[in-house]
Design a protein around this ligand. Structure first.
Ligand code: TRP
Length: 343
């Protein structure tokens, strides 16, 4: 799709703390892409309110996640950093997409089924159309690539389906108005984090998640060095020691997870980690893992706290980001309205 210049957008919800899974699975990629692409990173506060959020906590969480973005290495000069709700075109385009996407498409979304739980009748309508808003987040900038975790693949497919249906349904207008044969790009998901799936420290078959009731299951970016070391020491393992070959990790999800985390944090490979620690006991490997985790994460925690102490700074980043994002979004929303026939 050469007619679209490369542009990257991604986002995370301001609910709960960011954790090691967010950092290794997504952020490292986001940071890297800053040097090769035009990048926009948003805090998706409109997505957060698809389930109940206490307003006081939401306000704080939006600022916290913004600080975490910057502390991890997103640079507000190189990237556009903003919160979704300040750029009203996201919500506006989402409405148009509510009218493009089909009920049958949304009915297939597995994340809705998981989040809505047993009593679907009580889920908000917003939770149901969540993927349409996500498509709008991406396409309001005509973004060509979206770095996300594995679990978002299905939403990216829906985004492409929406783009394609829009391009086909309005093909005549798109052509007549001089936009060629497609107005929206078919956005590519980019799922190549060094550890795209960081699993729970309590159960190696479940993703590390901010909604897990056990705080021992995850390492938060705000955890102290002591917390990090304690959680790693308590991490579930099996009775065997560390294998010296990758094959030996098969069907041992907890061992595989810890080795994967070490490799990602140390910038090495699973092979390399096993060469160094294979044949040894978990206890000494866990000490080494705690050291590397603390070394990587405590500067992030400190920087986050430093940034949060200056609330004007975060506010300025978000205001500036929203202005820059809005400058891209406004003409695209204008085009969309014209294409659709809204006067
Ligand atoms: N749904 C994504 C998640 O839960 C968050 C998100 C919302 C997003 N809008 C987006 C991610 C746009 C990438 C691009 O992780």
């Amino acid at each position: 799709m050469s007619q679209f210049s490369p542009r990257v957008l991604s986002g995370m919800q301001p609910t709960g703390n960011l954790h090691l899974g967010n950092y290794l699975g997504a952020m490292l990629n986001w940071i890297k892409m800053q040097s090769t692409h035009e990048t926009l990173y948003c805090v998706v506060d409109l997505h957060a309110i698809t389930v109940w959020q206490e307003p006081k906590e939401l306000r704080k969480a939006i600022r916290d996640v913004t600080a975490a973005y910057i502390a991890c290495g997103l640079d507000p000069k190189r990237s556009i950093i903003f919160n979704q709700s300040r750029v009203h075109e996201h919500a506006e385009l989402a409405w148009v997409f509510n009218c493009v996407a089909r009920l049958g498409w949304l009915n297939r979304m597995t994340q809705f089924k998981e989040k809505a739980g047993k009593d679907k009748e009580k889920a908000s309508v917003g939770l149901y159309v969540y993927p349409n808003l996500m498509a709008a987040d991406i396409l309001i900038y005509r973004a060509t690539a979206v770095p996300v975790g594995e679990d978002q693949k299905q939403h990216l497919e829906l985004t492409r389906d929406i783009a394609q249906k829009f391009n086909i349904d309005f093909a005549d207008e798109i052509r007549e108005q001089g936009f060629g044969d497609a107005y929206f790009p078919l956005t590519e998901p980019i799922i190549t984090g060094p550890a795209t799936r960081v699993m729970s420290l309590r159960d190696g078959t479940k993703k590390m998640s901010k909604s897990d009731p056990s705080d021992l299951s995850r390492i938060n970016l705000t955890d102290s060095a002591d917390d990090i070391a304690r959680k790693i020491r308590k991490a579930k393992t099996d009775a065997d020691g560390l294998p010296s070959e990758v094959k030996g990790l098969e069907a041992r999800p907890e061992a595989e997870n810890l080795v994967g985390i070490y490799a990602a944090l140390a910038g090495s490979s699973v092979d390399g980690v096993l060469r160094e620690f294979g044949g040894g006991q978990f206890s000494s490997f866990k000490n080494a893992l705690a050291d590397v985790a603390v070394a990587k994460l405590s500067p992030i925690t400190e920087e986050m706290n430093r940034l949060l102490a200056d609330s004007a700074y975060i506010e300025n980043v978000l205001a500036d980001g929203a202005a820059r994002a809005g400058a891209i979004a406004a003409p695209i929303m204008h085009d969309v309205k014209k294409i659709v026939g809204l006067i």
